[in-house]
Design a protein around this ligand. Sequence first.
Ligand code: ATP
Ligand code: LTN
Length: 336
Amino acid sequence: MPDQPRPRVLSGIQPTADSFHFGNYLGALRQWVDLQDEFEPFFFIADLHALTVEHDPKKLAERTRVAAAQLIAAGIDPERSAIFVQSHLPEHAELAWVLNSLTGFGEARRMTQFKDKSAKGGEGAASVALFSYPILQAADILLYRPQYVPVGEDQRQHLELTRDLAQRFNHRYKKTFRLPEPYILKETAKIVDLQDPTRKMSKSASSPAGIVDLLDDPKVTAKKIRSAVTDSDTVVAFDEEKKPGVSNLLTIYSTLTDRTVEDLVAAYDGKGYGDFKGDLADVVVEFVTPFRDRTHELLADGDELDAVLRRGAEKARAVASRTLADVYDRVGFLKA
Ligand code: ATP
Ligand code: LTN
């Protein structure tokens, strides 16, 4: 019997910083790695999305490479997964244009990420690209007709918009898109800032002390964990409402060691936060040290990394170009 084609998974990550952080890893990348076994995976670096806020053109290419190296170091296997760069496939921007025509202005305006990201400088200063960011994201997804999109909680609203647009297109023209499902793990859906546990850990919004970068010097990382904000209590317990700082650390500890939160709470019964944070700092250092070494090793062979991205783009193009051809046909364009 020939193998059944596996359903697809797809996700993207922006090259907006010099390193990914623990929110990215636990909220998204870990799931990408696990899903490779059962699904046909497409993972990409969202460099078009990186233009929606101010960016440094001198850094973008290198950050894109570093992002690809980190995906591989995290366990994405280029033999099994297509790893590619969004701007290498014009189909993403092309489908986004068609989807722009299906999106209501008010509908786009309701996206909370736009509200958050434009709040600082005011709406007038935000780019139109930032406004249409979720529509490009919908195009990224729908081109590949995936079953699941593994992301953190902050992306849920964008996934809902994606499903709405897919349904609208299917209804208005002809059934073309599969409705993708978000794949969001409750436990790690939102890793919070170490210094301000009311906010998510974020590349663009966190202070250096609040964010644990995977490529930081492990000594710096250990220090950040030991100085994480907890509370005036001394009991290690899980309560996201009353003890968001400690609960966040418990989540990180539990996912990195595969020990349950209950087990950890029992193990630290009667011990203070000092012991708990010290041990977690050791666990984190043990995780980031080989990750960082492997990333640097991969970056040392730039040609091989570029070849991985070229092969990934070829695999992606085979799927994306067919979907786009269907779309162009269905909206009524004259064939080229
Ligand atoms: P930015 O702050 O520039 O918007 P980001 O840190 O949110 O960036 P992205 O590239 O936008 O990073 O996100 C990549 C993936 O990581 C997404 O799936 C996102 O949901 C997930 N993610 C980001 N931050 C967190 C977090 N604090 N907790 C859980 N998942 C997260
Ligand atoms: N907006 C996402 C990055 C992203 C993405 C995608 C995620 C761009 N396109 C398609 C999943 C599917 C973010 O993580 N901030």
